[in-house]
Design a protein around this ligand. Structure first.
Ligand code: TMO
Length: 314
């Protein structure tokens, strides 16, 4: 059966055709929301698609590392943005324990790492090679960090491993965690005024790349196991002596009970896939256009019907 007409037609068809949309539970599908914009908008986008298919949806604000345990237990139903760099370790650990499923991989390449806006290179021309970092430590020093450089990290729940990286590679830097994603953007904007050098955590896809051209620091290349096996990476005695993956995945995970409890929604979820440009656009609607996530999602769906309507087809 093919349903492409409109949201109301789809809802009607769902009600009228129990064979096609057999047995989705009327319990809400629980979608976790984290603290960066693309994930929040994407969660609303997919939630609104489920609603168009006749399902009930509930959103819960959740820690972005602990969520893998919550999915495994079925307390939340799925996770739409499993970033390899930040969450690969938690995701792999949950997969090993069981109860969580690797449902799909977005058609996107992700990177999350130490980053600087291009004007920074004037003060530290050896970048993006990580070896330049110690020579430039004074350039990035702040009153808070003394003669060490400051690395402005994201909120603590994203990446707990910057300090391990600093220790493993002997970097003369102090890791300072920002309280929110918005704090990162505010620091870049403030530095931009007098082209002050700044080094901080950033990622792609993100709206920021369209606003501030910049580069990631090239750390020793990521090798599988760098996060768990000291022997992997240049420092034989330390884990996290590698950069995050430069060609990271972005996956979708689900509780392994989802396919039985909400089979129609699960069938849709298996088809969900967004590109870098689509994900950056979702973030932009909130971070630049200042829309509420729910409205941003509705606008994104309206502007991109050709992308998601085919996912509704049985
Ligand atoms: C998980 N994140 C996109 C914030 O790096």
């Amino acid at each position: 059966m093919r349903i492409t007409l409109s949201i109301s037609a789809m809802a009607l068809a769902a009600a009228a055709s129990p064979a096609a949309f057999a047995a989705d539970s009327t319990d809400p599908i629980v979608i976790p929301i984290h603290n960066w914009s693309s994930q929040i908008v994407m969660s609303n986008v997919v939630g609104q698609i489920f609603e168009a298919a006749g399902d009930h949806v509930e959103y819960v604000t959740t820690d972005s590392q602990a969520v893998y345990e919550s999915v495994r237990m079925g307390d939340v139903t799925l996770e739409l943005e499993v970033w390899e760099g930040a969450f690969g370790k938690s995701f792999r650990a949950a997969l090993d324990k069981g109860g969580i499923e690797d449902v799909a991989t977005h058609n996107a390449i992700t990177r999350e790492d130490w980053w600087y806006p291009l004007w920074t290179k004037e003060a530290c021309p050896g970048l993006p090679d990580w070896h330049a970092l110690n020579d430039c430590a004074a350039v990035f020093a702040t009153p808070e960090t003394g003669d060490k450089g400051r690395f402005l990290a994201g909120p603590v729940d994203w990446l707990k491993h910057d300090q391990e990286r600093v220790d493993a590679l002997g970097l003369n830097y102090t890791v300072v965690n920002a309280g929110s994603a918005a704090a990162l953007w505010a620091e870049i904007a403030a530095a931009e005024k007098d082209k002050k050098p700044i080094i901080l955590f950033n990622w792609t896809p993100n709206f920021a790349e369209a606003v501030w051209p910049g580069e990631f620091v090239n750390f020793p290349e990521w090798v599988d196991g760098c996060d768990v096996d000291p022997a992997v990476g240049p420092n034989p005695d330390a884990t996290f002596d590698c950069g995050n993956p430069a060609n990271g995945y972005l996956k979708i995970a689900a509780w392994d009970g989802m396919k039985d409890k909400w089979p129609a929604a699960y069938a849709i979820l298996q088809k969900v896939s967004f590109t870098n440009a689509q994900i950056a656009q979702m973030a932009k609607l909130v971070d630049i256009d200042e829309m509420e996530p729910e409205d941003a999602a509705a606008k994104w769906l309206e502007d991109n019907a050709d992308v998601w309507k085919p996912w509704m087809t049985n």
